[in-house]
Design a protein around this ligand. Structure first.
Ligand SMILES: Cc1cc2nc3c(=O)[nH]c(=O)nc-3n(C[C@H](O)[C@H](O)[C@H](O)COP(=O)(O)OP(=O)(O)OC[C@H]3O[C@@H](n4cnc5c(N)ncnc54)[C@H](O)[C@@H]3O)c2cc1C
Ligand code: FES
Length: 257
């Protein structure tokens, strides 16, 4: 449990906010793919915390940055928290990404608000000197996030897609991923994806066809966030597993899509 203070909380795209919190111990320990479960004050009827990935952590400054889409009551209240506001969170939660030993090149695919955990992974790959290719997508140009940050992290190729064709390729970010895996699958040792589940299922199928290990981050509905309620159950080839404790990152071949 960490007591945290809001440093800033500003819109970065249509309906998407960047929240920076002061959380020194969390900033030192959280790993790419892990999440936090944050309490949002303001509704006595709602006791549930909100599970959110993080976009970056600055161990020196003691801050963690989270990008979130406003979709309901909790995220709406979160968007109203001002700098200086205090709350608490549980974390880091779950298991993060596992970059395979000896990985020569990775393919990253991120859709919509699935970008943050993939962006953290990109930075980790850059630190380890592993080249990667990124395909990102969003419903439209206005809600696209992450393009500049992936470029800053050193991605050699970026394919950007929008569902409505308002920017980049007109279609899904899976198209570029499927194409690159079909043409150059042998050059990749790792595929990682986060976004809507149908998108991750497509990426998982393309990676399996190309014979490349693939991980997906399943951002399932959660209640407790620490293994006590079964809200986040995921059907896997070895039975039901909780996304909060056994995930949110899963081996894609283990998931029953
Ligand atoms: C491990 C994990 C990491 C996440 N990371 C992020 C992140 O970095 N940024 C971000 O914006 N969101 C993220 N989410 C999703 C986020 O937790 C939900 O959007 C949030 O809990 C919605 O809360 P709310 O009270 O605003 O909406 P609610 O009122 O609870 O729900 C509003 C609508 O959204 C749907 N919904 C709620 N949660 C989910 C979910 N997990 N998946 C699909 N639909 C959902 C509900 O069915 C409802 O239709 C993550 C979820 C998990 C489990
Ligand atoms: S959210 Fe309660 S068990 Fe995972």
């Amino acid at each position: 449990m960490h007591d945290v203070t809001v440093v800033s909380n500003e819109p970065i795209a249509d309906g998407v906010y960047a929240l920076v919190i002061n959380a020194p111990k969390l900033a030192q320990t959280i790993k790419p793919g892990q999440f936090v479960n944050i309490a949002v004050p303001g509704n006595a009827m709602s006791l549930l915390r909100i599970p959110l990935s993080y976009a970056s952590a600055d161990a020196e400054a003691g801050t963690v940055e989270i990008w979130y889409a406003v979709v309901g009551d909790g995220t709406e209240r979160l968007s109203q928290m001002k700098p200086g506001a205090k709350t608490d969170l549980l974390g880091p939660g779950g298991n993060g990404w596992t970059i395979p030993e000896g990985c020569r090149r990775a393919l990253l695919v991120a859709g919509g608000i699935g970008v943050p955990p993939v962006l953290c992974l990109a930075r980790e790959l850059a630190v380890r000197g592993i080249p990667y290719t990124v395909s990102i997508g969003a419903a439209s140009k206005g809600c696209l996030v992450g393009e500049d940050e992936f470029e800053a992290a050193g991605a050699p190729v970026i394919s950007v897609a929008t569902d409505d064709g308002s920017y980049g390729y007109h279609g899904f970010c899976t198209a570029a991923a499927e194409q690159v895996l079909e043409l150059e699958g042998g050059e990749f040792d790792y595929v990682a994806a986060c976004g809507p589940e149908p998108m991750m299922a497509k990426v998982a199928a393309a990676a399996a066809k190309a014979g490349v290990p693939c991980e997906v981050s399943l951002e399932r509905m959660m209640s407790c966030g620490f293994g006590a309620c079964s809200t986040c159950a995921v059907e896997t080839t070895s039975g039901m597993k909780g996304a909060c404790m056994c995930g949110p990152v899963f081996n894609a071949e283990e998931v029953v899509w």
